[in-house]
Design a protein around this ligand. Structure first.
Ligand SMILES: NC(=O)c1ccc[n+]([C@@H]2O[C@H](COP(=O)([O-])OP(=O)(O)OC[C@H]3O[C@@H](n4cnc5c(N)ncnc54)[C@H](O)[C@@H]3O)[C@@H](O)[C@H]2O)c1
Length: 357
């Protein structure tokens, strides 16, 4: 394992979203982007050129890269592959002795998620999941406020991400169940669930009732002659062991009011919070609601700028400082258990009880 003062040598597998990982590693002083991998030779060459990565550190097969971990002096890897490859690539990397930052969703199923956790434990390596919405000044300020007890105990929440139209890579792996695990529930809902549950203090989910629909996605796919066998909208009601209840909604398509609508609203015994995207974009506003002396008040969240580290910096810091990262594999599994239950409930038309952890 790298010692405190050392530079962490990080590789990136998958150069779609992985380009963002690569860029962040390249800019962060405590690490260096030491190898890249993508089956797409064009993408690989483009990124090698852009970041000055020598040819002997570029791979089209991640297994070959992992076989050369010692020669390449690798310490860690980002796995930013299509969802069906998260578990196999992560487990192979952990077995090769690397710490892993795996993209969300952690895996295709909780069973795979548990295998990843077991591999991390056996290899004594860190496993972080890229729940990137936690890593903003605003989300961190909200978390501090909730943890301070200022709004009391959270008992209800609603967390949504709707798109009027926005199916990623329509006709590609995102819309193919055996490659993605599902549609917007596993793609967008995963972020919303994690953010809400993290703010709620990570209660344990006990029951889930969910529904999924594919009216628009399936129709558009038929018209365009493309494949699509996942949902385009899903929703769920999740109950937790502390009695709190959370509603989740996620869609890639629907006749919705807004083109892009992201909102997490939490109701607590002494107050409430909401974080909502602005003007259908990716900047957020957070507001707080409370009561004093019988008068109801509301205000914009007072947010000190503390320069919250990005998920990539957090991963590097956690490895070098030998501590748990902020978003762990266990957090990934908690979300994955709910995702599994939503799809099962939607299939069977029944509420699903989560007994496993
Ligand atoms: N955290 C976030 O906010 C966020 C945002 C976008 C995507 N993601 C996640 O990142 C992952 C990748 O999504 P994306 O949008 O980059 O997809 P993408 O299809 O754009 O990119 C995937 C890349 O992996 C490569 N690839 C596929 N199979 C490979 C293999 N066997 N070996 C090596 N390379 C291979 C492809 O050539 C492609 O370049 C997904 O799990 C997605 O959910 C997360």
């Amino acid at each position: 394992m790298a010692r405190r003062k050392e530079t962490l040598n990080v590789a990136v597998i998958g150069l779609g979203m992985g380009r963002g990982h690569l860029d962040s590693y390249q800019k962060y002083g405590r690490c260096s982007a030491a190898a890249i991998c993508d089956i797409d030779a064009g993408r690989l060459a483009e990124m090698a050129g852009k970041y000055g990565i020598p040819q002997e550190r570029c791979f089209r097969d991640y297994r070959k890269m992992l076989a050369a971990v010692e020669k390449l002096k690798l310490h860690a890897v980002s796995v930013a592959l299509p969802n069906h490859l998260h578990a196999p690539a992560t487990i192979a990397a952990l077995r090769a002795g690397l710490h892993v930052l795996c993209e969300k969703p952690m895996a295709m199923s909780a069973r795979q998620g548990r295998a990843m956790l077991a591999a991390a434990e056996k290899a004594r390596r860190k496993l972080m999941i890229n729940f990137s919405f936690r890593f903003t000044d605003q989300s961190q300020a909200l978390k501090r406020m909730v943890d301070s007890g200022a709004i009391g105990d959270i008992y209800f929440g609603r967390t949504v991400w709707h798109r009027r139209r926005g199916m990623p890579g329509f006709g590609g792996w995102f819309g193919t169940k055996k490659l993605s695990g599902g549609g917007p529930v596993i793609d967008l809902g995963v972020h919303r669930l994690d953010l809400a549950m993290w703010l709620m203090g990570s209660p344990r989910p006990v029951t889930v009732s969910g529904s999924t629909f594919d009216h628009i996605g399936a129709r558009v796919a038929r018209q365009q002659g493309k494949s699509f066998d996942v949902e385009d909208l899903g929703c769920a009601l999740v109950r937790f062991d502390n009695g709190a209840t959370l509603i989740l909604e996620a869609s890639w398509a629907g006749f919705s009011e807004k083109r892009e609508d992201m909102c997490t609203q939490l109701y607590a015994t002494k107050g409430g919070i909401v974080q909502r995207n602005q003007e259908e974009g990716y900047t957020f506003e957070a507001r707080v609601y409370g009561e004093q002396g019988g008068t109801l008040w509301e205000s914009r969240l007072q947010q000190t700028t503390v320069q919250t580290p990005s998920a990539y910096q957090e991963f590097v810091d956690a490895v070098l400082d030998d501590r748990q990262p902020l978003a762990t594999g266990q957090d990934g599994l908690a979300v994955q258990l709910i995702l599994d239950a939503i799809y099962r409930s939607a299939r069977t038309g029944r509420e699903v009880r989560i007994t496993a952890r």
